[in-house]
Structure formats: structure tokens, C-alpha cells
Design a binder for this molecule. Structure first.
Ligand SMILES: [Zn+2]
Length: 251
């Protein structure tokens, strides 16, 4: 049996996260949901997006890890340092007040950040932070720059080529890059990438947005992939992002 670890994360705190949570629970998967306190909109979602109510968040937090996604889904490099620090720190404090419990995980909106933002995230008391670096299946080296394996979205091959070139570590990411461009359909792509991670005892990190799964009619594809993964990954190796970081921390 593989020693690979499997984690999932879901961004933006849309109420459809509750449907996603049900599906993940049904198949025994852990997850981290990264939630902004408000999502007034920006580059990807000009009109803004609804965020779960405090009661919905508390219900979700019973079974899953809730992480922060800043106060207002802020793209940190577009702000001055004081405003960025406020988005990081107040996003954590307000979410903790809503949940009534500590929040240890953070995710950079839009995947954009600088070394100074990593430092702000550390200083705010977060224990890990997730990026949108993809095509990674090795155990992560830096808890404040957690990479992912694949976004649950049927991207064109040209997007993977662009991502591959942009995020570096080309030798390390080559096998999963080849899997991604070698399979045109999302289900076959996901399965090939998971097979690789299982064979190398690595880490598979699936991420996405519940509203996007819904918009693309992706629920059946996601469920079939979770069944495929459940057949291969023992349940003790299906973790939230925070539990993954703890599992990999030196004793
Ligand atoms: Zn986001």
C-alpha cells in the first residue's frame, strides 16, 4: 500500500462548500476551506461572491479545518504594507471570532505574494500557508509556501505549459506536467497524476472552488475521482492541510 498523503483545499467560502463537505465526508476525505470574511470581488469575480454565514462556518468547522483567505479576498501585492498586514491579521481575528476557535491556516488570494507577505503571515500566528503552485507531488519543504498538485478545473494544455514555466522547479514538476498535458480529459488527468504520486509515496493536493465545480457540472467527476482515490489512499492518509503540515513536521 502506498505511503502517499492526500489533502484537499477549497477557496473562497461560498455556501456551496457545504455540498462539497458532504461529498468529502461521504468518502472519508479531510479538507481545509480557506474563507475570506467578505468577498467584495476583484479580478476573477468582478461582482463579488457570497460567503457562508457564521453559523454555516461553525457547522463546517465541526468536521473540517477552516483557514483564512484574508479579510476581503485581497491580492496582497496590490496593497501597501499596512493594508496588507491588516488584511492578514484582521482576516484571522474576525474568522476566529466567528468560529470561536483558533485558525492556523492561510491561503494567498490569487496565489500572489512576496517574501514580505510570507513574513506577515508568520507574524500573524499562522502555522501554514497555501499557494497556487501546481504540478507538485513531492512532500512540501516550506509550510508557508505549500504547493498543490492540481486545481479541480478542466484547464487547456496551454494553461499547464504557462503554469509549468512560471512556477519553476522544472525537473521536479516534469512528471506531473507530462501527465497533465498527456491527458486531455480531467478524469484521466487526475487519475494519472494520483497514480504517479502513489507510486512515489508523495503528497497529492487537490484544490478548487465549490462554485466552480458547480458551474462546470463537475460534481459527478469529483465524486468518481474521490472514489478512485479512496481505493488507493488509506483513510489515515487523507488529511486537511493543517494535519498534513503536522504529519510532515520533524518530530
Ligand atoms: Zn480565492
Amino acid at each position: 500500500m502506498t505511503k502517499a498523503l492526500f489533502t484537499t483545499s477549497w477557496d473562497d467560502g461560498h455556501p456551496l462548500d457545504l455540498r462539497l463537505a458532504e461529498l468529502l465526508s461521504k468518502h472519508g476525505f479531510g479538507a481545509t476551506f480557506y474563507v475570506p470574511v467578505r468577498n467584495p470581488g476583484g479580478h476573477c469575480t468582478p461582482g463579488g461572491l457570497t460567503v457562508m454565514s457564521p453559523a454555516e462556518l461553525r457547522a463546517l468547522g465541526q468536521a473540517f479545518e477552516i483557514g483564512s483567505h484574508t479579510l476581503e479576498h485581497a491580492f496582497l501585492p496590490e496593497l501597501d504594507d499596512a493594508a496588507a498586514r491588516r488584511q492578514v491579521a484582521e482576516g484571522k481575528a474576525e474568522l476566529e471570532a466567528q468560529l470561536g476557535s483558533a485558525v492556523g491556516g492561510f491561503c494567498y488570494p490569487g496565489g500572489v505574494f512576496t517574501d514580505a507577505h510570507v513574513q506577515m503571515v508568520r507574524e500573524a500566528g499562522f502555522r501554514h500557508a497555501r499557494t497556487i503552485v501546481n504540478l507538485r507531488g513531492a512532500r512540501p519543504a516550506d509550510a508557508y509556501r505549500l504547493p498543490t498538485t492540481l486545481q479541480f478545473y478542466p484547464h487547456q494544455r496551454s494553461v499547464y505549459l504557462k503554469n509549468y514555466l512560471k512556477f519553476g522547479d522544472w525537473p521536479g514538476r516534469a512528471p506531473l506536467f507530462l501527465d497533465a498535458i498527456g491527458h486531455a480529459a480531467l478524469p484521466a488527468r487526475l487519475e494519472a497524476m494520483l497514480d504517479h504520486v502513489c507510486a512515489t509515496d508523495g503528497v497529492f493536493h487537490l484544490w478548487g472552488h465549490s462554485w466552480e465545480v458547480d458551474a462546470m457540472g463537475g460534481w459527478p467527476i469529483l465524486e468518481r475521482f474521490l472514489e478512485y482515490a479512496a481505493d488507493r489512499i488509506p483513510s489515515a492518509q487523507r488529511l486537511s492541510n493543517g494535519a498534513l503540515v503536522s504529519a510532515l513536521a520533524p518530530a
